[in-house]
Each structure stands twice: as structure tokens, then as C-alpha cells.
Design a binder for this molecule. Structure first.
Ligand code: GLP
Length: 241
């Protein structure tokens, strides 16, 4: 079931998303957050950092699981999701490194996928944050991914590599061709899901997610089957609704 909130701009989106996160942090002694990368959550992460500084909001008991990681990038690579999360969030909170989890895109990927899923089985994610790809992907679950998928290795679509090229261009590097991602079934296990999207290039994906048929061709459409999904979109991302 969707609760759709349309806001005027990215700043309001980030503020509203922060209120949802804060609600979960307040509710639970040891909350489990599923986190996402990309540009969409940056404003939310900044709001969490500002709040932590101002109000000393405690993250020492917070546990996190990230959605995905590129294959082949060492952790310390500037564009690895490990580094992204540390630079943009974890380094600025009092979260414990041993409470932070991302799948590893190095070494035996089959083994890593199984290990990540086994680790997650010990918890239930209270709030899973999601962005959405312009082709409707969630995490790195590209169109065509079966709905019963668990953590697995994916070949990135050319359109996704193009969308993400802006991060790698300054380094004069190519976007990796593969990634490891929580599967669709793994994502759906979360108690509550918060999906955020801004900008015109997300409008079609948002339309398909909310109004289209539930089909693996539009991975986010599977969220129609989840009992508790908050969608926060700006006017542009909501423009086709
Ligand atoms: C990335 C990530 C997704 C993210 C999406 C949108 O490739 N794997 O988790 O939600 O694509 O990214 P952005 O927020 O930068 O538009």
C-alpha cells in the first residue's frame, strides 16, 4: 500500500524523508535501517548529519544494511558505495563500524551474496530507503529481475551505466559493468519502505511503479504488493501522475 506525498522541491523532499527516518529512530531501541546510494538520498543524509550535530541523536545502536555495491571496486575507491556511505553519512554520525553492512563486490561473489543474505536473516529491516532508477530499478535490480530474487550479482544495463557515468567521468573511469545487490525479495522483507525521487527523468518510472501493471519489466511496480510504502516525490517526478 502506497502513501504518496508530493512536495515542491528537493529540499522539502529531504526534510520529509528525514521526518520518516527520525520517527523510526525514536520508535526502536536498536533500529535497523536499509540504506541506498545515488544522488537522491544526499539531502536526507545531510539532514541526519545536521540533526545528529544539533540534537546529539544517538546512532550507537543503529544497524544498517546497504542495498548494493559495484563489482570490482576496492572499498577505498572514491566511487565505491562503501566510500560513498562513509563520506556522505557514516563518518559524521556516532554509528559503529561493526553495525554497518554493505555487500562486498570483491572476491567470490556467489559466496558474498549468500553471506549477505544469511547476515540479513538475523534482522528485520525497520525502514528500507530506496531511490529509483530511470528504468524503474530498485537497488540494482534491473528490468527482468525475478521478484523472488535474493542478493545476487547483476549485469548493469547500459542505460544505468550512462545514468551513473556522471560519478566516474571526473576520474576518467568507466562505470563498472556488474554489481551485487539485495534482491527484490530481500527488499520486500522490510517492515516499511521509503522511496524518494526527484526530477523529470524519474517521472515515467514513478508512473509505472504506482499506476502500471506489476511486472518484472518495471521492478519498482512490485512495491504495489508491499503493505507499507511511503513515496516522497517532487512535482517533476510526479508530473505524469
Ligand atoms: C543507482 C543505485 C540505486 C539508486 C538509483 C538512482 O544506480 N544503485 O540504488 O536508487 O540508481 O540513483 P539517483 O538517486 O542518483 O538517481
Amino acid at each position: 500500500m502506497f502513501n504518496v506525498i508530493v512536495v515542491k522541491d528537493y529540499q522539502e523532499l529531504s526534510q520529509k524523508a528525514f521526518e520518516v527516518v527520525k520517527g523510526v529512530l525514536k520508535e526502536k531501541e536498536s533500529p535497523v535501517l536499509g540504506l541506498a546510494t545515488g544522488s537522491s538520498p544526499l539531502g536526507l543524509y545531510q539532514a541526519m548529519i545536521d540533526d545528529h550535530k544539533k540534537n546529539q541523536t544517538d546512532y550507537s545502536k543503529v544497524i544498517t544494511f546497504n542495498l548494493d555495491e559495484y563489482v570490482g571496486l576496492p572499498r577505498e575507491h572514491q566511487e565505491s558505495y562503501y566510500t560513498f556511505m562513509h563520506h556522505n553519512l557514516f563518518d559524521h554520525l556516532n554509528i559503529k563500524e561493526e553495525h554497518v553492512h554493505l555487500p562486498s563486490g570483491l572476491g567470490d561473489l556467489e559466496e558474498n551474496s549468500k553471506a549477505y543474505e544469511a547476515l540479513m536473516a538475523n534482522y528485520q529491516i525497520d525502514l528500507q530507503l530506496l531511490g529509483i532508477g530511470s528504468n524503474g530499478h530498485i537497488g540494482f535490480n534491473e528490468p527482468g529481475t525475478p521478484f523472488d530474487s535474493l542478493t545476487h550479482v547483476v549485469t548493469l544495463k547500459e542505460s544505468t551505466r550512462k545514468d551513473n557515468a556522471r560519478f566516474f567521468e571526473p576520474l576518467k573511469e568507466e562505470v563498472p559493468t556488474h554489481a551485487i545487490t539485495m534482491g527484490i525479495q530481500s527488499v520486500l522483507k522490510a517492515k516499511k519502505i521509503l522511496l524518494i525521487a526527484s526530477g523529470k527523468n524519474k517521472a515515467q518510472a514513478i508512473y509505472n511503479m504506482l499506476k502500471g501493471p506489476v511486472t518484472p519489466e518495471h521492478p519498482a511496480s512490485v512495491l504495489q504488493n508491499h503493505p507499507d510504502v511511503i513515496v516522497i516525490v517532487d512535482k517533476e517526478a510526479a508530473s505524469l501522475l
